[in-house]
Design a protein around this ligand. Sequence first.
Ligand SMILES: [Zn+2]
Length: 126
Amino acid sequence: MPDPQSAETLLCSFCRKPRSAVARLISSPGDGPRAYICDECVRVCESILDEDAARVTPPEASTTEPAEQHPLLTHPLVSPFLGAVERWIRQESLGGDAAAEFAEMRRLAGVLAGTASRPDSKRPRQ
Ligand SMILES: [Zn+2]
């Protein structure tokens, strides 16, 4: 029969409850000074770790972004098109005549979109 006195003096190192007051008292391993944790404190630790995990894990942030790149991003004319957009915006911001830049941008956009470019059919409203 184990010594009831020593069993009673074992305490949870976290909440200081005696072994008799908890369902389970788990001992640290090893030959050194022992630490003990009760089942209640383990559950508290678990809930703390769960809260941490919920905070660290981004709430499905990646699903809000497009999973795939737009198919036209790999089109060889994307770079020239963006260059044309840039020239058009720059020319517009300077207050100059940006018709040539706009026409070139529109032409490239038409090619990118796979539609025929007809600059005279839809003139930009100005
Ligand atoms: Zn405890």
